[in-house]
Ligand binder design. Structure first.
Ligand code: GZL
Length: 326
């Protein structure tokens, strides 16, 4: 009798220990339940209207999907994102997602996540790691395509003139995928005609304040500016303040093309101060949560998920504004 009871107790104890070893995710994060997962999300910062909308989408989608979200804001510093990822590894989250502030310098920390058997999802921005096994998928826009759309609008607008078209460019954060790729796509398209000249190009770090500051300098140094290409709405909105401060009319004296299509940008477009906006959707939350649940279960996911987006003229902005979600 005693022998049978001991065997039963041992078997029960063994079963309990095995259950606790799980996948290193749901059970070890102490979140209980089998399909409830914990996500560590390392956000870039809060630099723009786009980022604010993206953060809202991630937080609301996590709640709706029953995903326990640990969230950090890196104030646009790579070292802060790396620290956050390391802390998520320590906490043994089930999945890590982040938007890399710049493309380079991620291999070491991503290898640490891989060694800890925690899957990583890139969202919004990409990394230039050669080892694509360091992350499960990249969910976000095609920034080269966005730059090309911006360039094509300009080519179409100036198809009937041979005069030089002087362009100034406000680049996004130096070294970031959107800045590198938008510049490349735009440059590829306007290279078709030598009348298009980028006479000045500098980073405005995706912020309104820096966009205004750099546009002020562009205006002082360049008497004839025909076009501004800004890599996001926020820098374009800052530039509008500088252009008006210089006594010029934005959208008329200087044509303005931006990328994002956040509310304030679309309002300026509808008001005629911006001429064309290429959309870059920040609403990545729902897809991110779906992909995260799949990778935690060990299911296959596409290596690349490109978000759908369009572009807007001034007329189209007037029609679209009332129903915009951000
Ligand atoms: C693009 C995103 C960029 C936006 C900016 O997906 O990374 O960062 O275009 C934001 O507005 O700051």
């Amino acid at each position: 009798m005693v022998k049978r009871v001991t065997t039963l107790l041992l078997a029960t104890a063994m079963a309990a220990i095995l259950a606790g070893c799980g996948s290193g995710g749901a059970t070890s994060s102490g979140s209980g339940g089998d399909d409830k997962i914990t996500m560590g999300f390392a956000q870039v910062g809060a630099e723009s209207g786009w980022r604010t909308a993206n953060t809202k989408s991630v937080q609301e989608s996590a709640k709706a999907a029953g995903v326990e979200l640990k969230f950090s804001d890196a104030q646009q510093k790579q070292e802060n994102q790396i620290k956050a990822i390391r802390s998520y590894i320590q906490q043994k989250v089930d999945v890590i997602a982040f938007s890399p502030v710049v493309e380079s310098g991620w291999d070491t920390v991503l290898k640490e996540a891989k060694d800890a058997k925690i899957p990583v999802i890139l969202t919004d921005r990409a990394v230039d790691s050669k080892d694509t096994s360091l992350y499960k998928t990249f969910l976000g826009s095609d920034f080269v395509e966005e730059g090309k759309k911006a360039g094509q609008w300009l080519v179409d607008q100036y198809k009937d003139t041979k005069d030089p078209v002087n362009i100034v460019e406000l680049q996004g954060t130096t070294g970031s995928a959107p800045a590198n790729d938008r510049k490349a796509g735009f440059g590829q398209v306007i290279a078709a005609d030598p009348k298009f000249k980028i006479i000045a190009s500098q980073t405005g770090d995706f912020t309104r304040a820096k966009g205004k500051e750099v546009m002020d300098a562009f205006l002082k140094a360049n008497p004839k500016i025909d076009v501004l290409f800004a890599h996001n709405d926020d820098m374009g909105l800052g530039a509008i303040e500088a252009i008006e401060g210089a006594g010029k009319v934005p959208g008329k004296d200087i044509k303005i093309i931006t990328i994002d299509a956040v509310h304030d940008g679309m309002q300026a477009l509808a008001d005629g101060k911006i001429n064309y906006i290429v959309e870059c959707s920040p609403l990545l939350g729902p897809q991110l949560m779906d992909l995260s649940k799949k990778v935690v279960k060990g299911e296959q996911v596409p290596a690349r998920v490109v978000t759908e987006e369009s572009a807007f003229t001034q007329e189209q902005a007037k029609q679209a504004l009332p129903s915009r979600k951000y």
